[in-house]
Design a protein around this ligand. Structure first.
Ligand SMILES: Nc1ncnc2c1ncn2[C@@H]1O[C@H](COP(=O)(O)OP(=O)(O)OP(=O)(O)O)[C@@H](O)[C@H]1O
Length: 752
């Protein structure tokens, strides 16, 4: 559990440029040092510090946003009007503003990571008003900062990579592994002819063997080819490109320049595109883990994602060797300055991770802008900045990875289908983007290490049929039948996450929410808490479906049937990763069963029936029936709370709107006016109104009733060792007495 005390942090106002008056010039010792003692410094290299404002003022997601710096003289050249900054104080060298590995320097990217450590406030775990959809990255408020910020910034490097999302201890990266260098036989890597530096990192990570995608893709990438890599979920695709980029970095002038401190003139080696913020941060953490193990001067990594300070990210970018970004924020930053654009044009690698999602969903506009900008050149004839089509072939390699490529995309990537140029529909848009990827060669190397299945071998798949109206009940039954099981529940909507999380909490289950409308910090906090506690449950939308590598997830539950085959593959792929076992269970209403079976059969097509099957599961209906009153009550309490919450946020909005219009607002009147509504949504609204009328005392009574039920044993008539206290007799379960405990009926016939 995160510490409960916290200190607020105030970022600069996002709308203020670095030299804005909001930046405070302050001489702390009262006497301004003489200019003789000063030296010039770039504004981004000054020792900026966030301002602490009185604790009784909320920072409103960073709206006050101020930073200050001491001991700076602002000098304006009267002739040119150019402003320069002179200081006697500490100047951040460029390198220190980005993540560095292998040499123990502290920097701001680590500072970013620090921000995610130790969250305490519960308030913003509910969906906030701010829209932080992962695809557009339009928001950039920096929010609260937790305790120990300064103290943490002095921690050794090894601890730093465990901060925030980086605290997710990737398989094989736990602390105790870090010192063990000698016991690992790395001969399995020898074919790849990696550098001693990379090998020593792999040894420390205890990665004795390359995964199949790593064995197949790394040599092709190192040979200079464009690569399209397809391999099942959790099979190490990140390091397939990560190791290759590190090798290139170590061999390139960037590494040499860093040691000779000429880094400023260098451009990033790689640009990695990710569809979600969480995945971008995770890629950073995987690369950090790889690069921080060895005794070499590692690359600086800048992560550009929405939900964080755009100015800070701009600063990080100024010195990055590897840039990882979500399209929205990346484009926002790229388009903010030609200097940034010019540096990014010189990358050696463009990586498109989770390519099928990036190329075909929601990111079209930004991705198109990014790809166009990367290849845009001055037209020597006209002097303008027209995009010169394929004439301006860049020298970069393009690496495209995913566990799933739908057939059309696969064929097009392999060059088997022609570009038609029509931008009207989704498929055509994808073709257009493929064209824009501007592969080095006309036929990139297509590496498919799992041509038949995209799903991990250790994955078991099941389907549990229940009435659509009873999904909550069956979900609860499944959860209590699998206590202490690290479970990730997928829904198709944010509102379902908002409803299920409190419902499960009412039933004493430690559920955490994750969806794209939560403030970024709350999103990361949920992941952090879920990662830290094996008994916790994450209730998420598909924002968590792609790429997230949370160790030890044992069970994936599809509360809603996934909308497409790739969503099923990626959701299920959050378990059974890196060679481990795991289970995926679909909760299906009778109307959904046939469609789902067809969808899964399509995914399994080509495999022997022994290889993969969707097991039909059944819950003990006596147990389900006994649990019904609990779920009913918990649901009622959750509905009342949601209705009241909705009402108060709706009221606040309406009141403000009425005030702006200069009219009186009476919520009762408005309700009455809308009350006669019939048809679609009318019944729900009526229920919401009734829920809002429930008094506090009534809610208290409902809670007391639920508590009583949760404390009761669920006796199904065979044994007295049943569910108690809303939980279960975990010790008995661990002793393998689960059958007895539920009245002699084995849970589901599908042990996780
Ligand atoms: N050679 C290796 N040996 C052992 N573990 C490895 C190796 N390479 C990567 N891993 C670990 O395997 C896990 C899964 O890797 P990764 O997240 O890259 O999978 P992925 O193929 O990208 O999955 P997805 O398709 O879900 O994005 C990570 O915890 C990673 O640290």
């Amino acid at each position: 559990m995160a510490p409960t005390s916290k200190k607020r942090k105030f970022s600069r106002d996002k709308s203020t440029p670095p030299t804005n008056a909001k930046r405070q010039k302050k001489h702390t010792n009262g006497t301004a040092p003489t200019s003789k003692q000063r030296r010039n410094a770039r504004v981004e290299d000054l020792a900026w510090r966030e301002i602490t404002i009185p604790g009784d003022l909320d920072d409103y997601e960073g709206i006050y946003g101020l930073e200050e710096v001491d001991d700076v003289e602002v000098v304006r050249d009267p002739g040119t009007n150019i402003v320069s900054y002179r200081t006697t104080g500490e100047v951040e060298e460029n390198e220190t503003s980005t993540t560095h590995f292998g040499h123990g320097r502290q920097d701001e990217e680590e500072g970013d990571a620090e921000e995610w450590n130790g969250f305490s406030s519960e308030n913003d775990t509910k969906g906030g008003a701010m829209d932080v959809d992962e695809k557009d990255g339009a928001d950039e408020w920096e929010t609260e900062e937790d305790t120990d910020e300064l103290e943490q910034s002095e921690r050794p490097q090894k601890d730093d990579r465990l901060q925030g999302l980086g605290e997710i201890p990737f398989a094989g990266l736990e602390e105790e592994n870090l010192d063990d260098e000698d016991g690992i036989d790395l001969s399995a890597w020898s074919n790849l002819e990696l550098s001693p530096e990379t090998l020593s990192s792999l040894s420390k990570l205890k990665f004795a063997t390359p995964t199949p995608i790593q064995s197949a893709a790394i040599p092709e990438i190192l040979a200079g080819h464009d690569v399209i890599g397809k391999a099942s979920t959790g099979s190490g695709k990140t390091l397939a490109f990560g190791i290759s980029i590190l090798e290139h970095y170590l061999a390139s002038s960037n590494a040499q320049a860093k040691s000779s401190r000429e880094k400023n003139a260098k451009s990033p080696v790689a640009l990695i595109l990710s569809p979600t913020r969480e995945l971008a941060l995770q890629i950073r953490d995987h690369l950090t883990a790889l690069c921080s193990q060895g005794r070499f001067d590692g690359p600086s990594i800048a992560t550009l994602t929405g939900g964080l300070s755009v100015h800070k990210q701009q600063r990080l970018l100024s010195n990055a060797d590897i840039v990882i970004g979500t399209p929205g924020r990346l484009w926002e930053i790229m388009s903010s300055g030609q200097g940034i654009m010019d540096r990014l044009k010189k990358i050696d690698f463009l990586v498109v991770d989770e390519a099928d999602r990036l190329l075909s969903q929601g990111h079209f506009k930004e991705l198109e802008e990014i790809l166009t900008a990367l290849d845009r050149e001055e037209d020597p004839e006209n002097g303008d900045k027209k995009y010169i089509k394929q004439a301006a072939k860049r020298n970069r390699q393009t690496l495209v990875f995913s566990a799933t490529f739908h057939k059309g995309l696969q064929q097009k990537l392999a060059g088997k289908s022609k570009y038609t140029g029509d931008l009207m529909d989704q498929k055509e848009s994808m073709e257009y983007l493929l064209k824009k990827l501007n592969f080095r060669s006309s036929k990139p190397k297509f590496i498919d290490v799992n041509p038949v299945s995209q799903m991990a071998t250790g994955l078991r798949e099941g389907i549990l049929e229940c009435a659509g109206t009873e999904k909550d009940l069956f979900l609860y039954t499944l959860l209590i039948m699998h206590p202490q099981t690290h479970t990730l529940i997928f829904t198709n909507s944010i509102s379902a996450v908002r409803r299920l999380t409190p419902l499960l909490a009412n039933l004493d289950l430690p559920a955490l929410p994750l969806h794209s409308q939560m403030p970024q910090k709350a999103r990361l906090r949920s992941i952090e808490r879920f990662t830290a506690s094996k008994s916790s449950i994450l209730v998420a939308t598909d924002v968590a479906a792609r790429g997230l590598d949370i160790p030890g997830v044992e069970l994936v539950l599809h509360y809603h049937v996934p909308r497409a085959a790739d969503a099923y593959v990626h959701r299920s792929g959050r378990t059974a990763r890196a060679g481990l076992q795991g289970s995926s269970v679909l909760l299906c209403s009778p109307e959904e069963v046939n469609g789902v079976r067809r969808l899964v059969a399509k995914i399994h097509a080509g495999q022997s029936s022994a290889g993969r099957s969707l097991t039909s599961l059944d819950a003990d209906h006596r147990v389900v029936a006994r649990l019904k009153p609990r779920v009913h009550l918990a649901k009622r309490i959750a509905d009342v709370a949601l209705a009241k919450e909705k009402k108060s946020s709706g009221d606040a909005w309406m009141r403000q709107a009425a005030e702006d219009l200069g009219v009186n607002y009476d919520s009762e009147e408005m309700d009455a006016a809308g009350g006669g509504q019939r048809g679609r949504g009318g019944g729900r609204k009526k229920k919401e109104r009734a829920d809002r009328e429930v008094t506090r005392d009534e809610v208290r009574a409902l809670r007391a009733e639920l508590r009583e039920l949760l404390a009761k044993r669920v006796n199904v008539g065979v044994s007295e060792r049943y569910l108690t206290g809303g939980g279960v007799d975990v010790d008995a379960l661990l002793r393998g007495e689960r059958g007895e405990f539920l009245g002699g009926v084995a849970p589901l016939g599908f042990d996780v």
